[in-house]
Design a protein around this ligand. Sequence first.
Ligand code: PLP
Ligand code: ZN
Length: 434
Amino acid sequence: MNQPLSWLECISCGEKYFKDARIYNCAQCGDLLDVKHDLETLKETVTLELFDKRLGGYEPWERSGVWRYKELVGPSFRHDELVTRGEGNTMLYPSPNWLAQYTGHANLELKHEGENPTGSFKDRGMTTGITQAKHLGAHAVICASTGNTSASMASYARLTGLQGVVAFPAGKVALGKIAQAIAYGATCLEICGDFDEAQHIVLEASQKLPVYLLNSVNPYRLEGQKTIMFEMLQQRRWRIPEWVVVPGGNLGNSSSFGKALMELHTLGLISRLPRIAIVQAEGANPFFRSWENGFKDFETVQAETLATAIRIGNPTNFSKAKRTIEWTNGISVCVTDQDILDAKACIDAAGIGCEPASAASVAGVKQMVENGIIKPHDEVVAVLTGHLLKDPGVVIDYHANELDTIAPNFINEIHRIDADFDALAAWVSQPEVQ
Ligand SMILES: *Cc1c(COP(=O)(O)O)cnc(C)c1O
Ligand SMILES: [Zn+2]
């Protein structure tokens, strides 16, 4: 029998499974699974020119920033079964002066994944995850979520007529994200517990009920998220930066980056790998702690941070993220909530904007510049993971100085004035007279 084009493979013991097996962990050893593709066969068809040519395509899948790279994402899917919203195609911004001043580094680009259809990078993983769910004939999908996964899953589930069941930690999800999950018609369950507990019970549900699990333990999610690296490199005309800096919560994204880069390298499409820096919030930093002691041990934490998207104490993809660090000679970085919200205020005031967790990457860049880890000539790409409007509450509270533990160092207050022209005129700046 010929080798199939794709299969599931345990990252630890190497056990192989049929690509459509409905499993999320290795039946032999319990570790995580990769979706593997036959790169030897794909080598014959995959070229950088092929991806460039599709930028001018008309088919929805060619125009998607995920399916443009179909051969490396889901080579076995038929074009007519792809569930797509044209995700990806997000901006790679050059660092504005204002932000260069803040980070101390001018050679910084921002890959803004908040510009996806539902406002976070989760759409890149959901287009592949839901396509696989549909391929398997699932009628319901489920996830535990700090917010963005549920917003994304709710949308993509509806697009193809599946029931979406979302479980989030009560009171710990930003307003914009809950609003999306409700609006897109998901079955919304508020769990009286934290994200880690919610994740635990949906995993049990996926084993005992006929419902397909779409947390990032599902390796099909990560196949889509790899395209953040593909698209970023394509936008840079395949010039490799020195550093890619990304926030880490459940560590799916950082895991997918390592796999993406390794595959491009194996195919001979890139000559070296950028180094990956995974940034965690101080109150939710189990990966950072483990990295600090050389991965000798790993302890979960009780997570607490204002960056709710990365408020995770027991990250599912720990072992894959560790692999990313090893493959790319990467590092982990830890920043405080104060760092995160100041970085966010600067990204926002640069006219770009993002949600708190996203700003961890830029706070990480600032720290790496200060420590001399990032050298002045290094080209750096920071990934912004979610949109500004995901968490309007934290914006209002920061600029009104209403966050107990945070000093708003980049405050922009609202000025209340009389309904009077002179009162208004005082606030309009005049060009300087020479
Ligand atoms: C999901 C999410 C993260 C964390 O990504 P992981 O893959 O879980 O590490 C960070 N930022 C935002 C905005 C997210 O939605
Ligand atoms: Zn195994």
